[in-house]
Design a protein around this ligand. Sequence first.
Ligand SMILES: Nc1ncnc2c1ncn2[C@@H]1O[C@H](COP(=O)(O)OP(=O)(O)O)[C@@H](O)[C@H]1O
Ligand SMILES: [Mg+2]
Length: 540
Amino acid sequence: MPYPQITEYQEAVQHPLQAFVDPELKQGTVAENNLGLPLVMSGGFALTYAVTTPRRKCAVRCFHREIPEIQRKYDAISKVLRALASGYFVDFDFQQSGINIRQKVFPIVRMDWVEGDTLGVWLDKHFDDPRALERTRADFVDIARLLAKKAIAHGDIQNGNVMVTSGDVRLIDYDGMFVPGMRPGNGSETGHKHFQHPERRAADFGPAMDRFSFIALDLSLKALIADKTLYPEFREGGETIVFKANDFADPPNSKIFQRLLKMPKLKDQAQNFAAVCGAPLAAIPTLDEFLAGRNMPVAQRPVAASPTPVAKPRLAYIPAFPVVDALNFSAAMQYIGDRVELVGRIVEITRGARKRGKAPAKHYVFINFGSWRGNVVKISIWSEGLAKLKEQPSNAWVGRWVSVTGLIDVPVENKRQRYKHLSITVQEEGQIQEIDEAEAGFRLASIASAPPPQARSAPRVDRTAAATPPATGRGSRKRAASGTRRAGRKHAAQTAAAAASTQPATAPSGQPTSARIPRWAQVLAMLAVVAMLVSLLLVT
Ligand SMILES: Nc1ncnc2c1ncn2[C@@H]1O[C@H](COP(=O)(O)OP(=O)(O)O)[C@@H](O)[C@H]1O
Ligand SMILES: [Mg+2]
């Protein structure tokens, strides 16, 4: 049975009484975003909503992709975590009949809400505080030891699945957990690529699957303790601490490995970690072994602090989430409700304020990758997000290449003015990362070889047809823009339609208004071609 998609969940959770089966959740209210729609977080396997009931605040995770044998897995996880009674985990219950959608019921996970920040956000605030970092590092050493002892693995240790509350660490998102009693090798996910061994596959599901992430995490935190300047340089939009998937896949050509190898305190561990990256998965030591220098795999290619140029061609970009070309509207349509990395060149900045009810007006800035009058992809930043940015978006940003990772929200449609906007909302400082044109081209080039979007219920348009080649110049990108009119999968966006009124009435002056060829010009060009052909025929 196909799982509901974001639009259906967005509709449903606005009416908790009808949507939820759990009597407590029925009494709840769902946190809203700035458009008055339910605020949805993440978008890996689940769409997460914050629901406040008369008793407490909860995280409600709704699944938009099937997880095989989900009930059996969650029953086993629940039993083991209850017996473990560890403060590193959060109370939850899996409800197989959790939410009513289309006259059917679908599962949800209700979890206690954890106040605090995800590890990524926490690091943005504390990367320059060695004592806080050391305390958190010690927590991870303890968690790694506990899990190893109990033959439990989380499966996706990363910035977004760790909450830090007053310095204390807690793990969330248990979809991919392995607990004793489960059959190893039967996994459904492979974890965040910037925290995983290059060879990690779903079939590696088992008690040892967190080993690599814990080592990467430990060395990353030590790196920041030794040199806080590494964080702003390598944090990559909050998706990692200092390492990225490309560093794991090719340590000899990695900037961060070279930097660590020059640091006397860290060079041995960096060398050992490079060996771990190149070793088979089965040879990865536990964190305790790694720290003690025991059971270390032999380095295949030792890494040098100042490497001689390697003849090997540069590896393709390995993204943590699918890369989407910001000019390719139809490709972006296929990822509604998903977390993606959007790469594009800013075309215009529009700003305004929106008032809802009696609340004070909320200011917003939209960063557009095409004229707001057409079907475009944009970045939305509202008052709260703006307050966190060190540099306020201004017209000086026009022309910059940026990468932003986040969930593509349900489209906002204005039927009268006939445009549709897809948007990623920026909520944290550094979620937008400026990159140069060459880097943008490198990232966009990975689209061609990427697997298609994960199979879901609705039919899809052909995304390769409209995929843009690497950004070698402005001209090449305009061509792809003409494909954006081919709308992708249709979404019922009634709930979002009202929100379109937040658009400015006129385009900002002095800025490029469109990156695409207008329809009338296309029709004229076609007529001219037909006339030429007819006159040619008449002459012959
Ligand atoms: N129990 C919780 N308390 C507080 N925030 C949560 C909780 N569960 C999820 N979140 C927030 O929602 C985000 C996504 O949730 P997660 O369970 O990791 O879903 P996904 O499977 O999509 O990654 C987290 O990164 C966190 O910001
Ligand atoms: Mg998660």
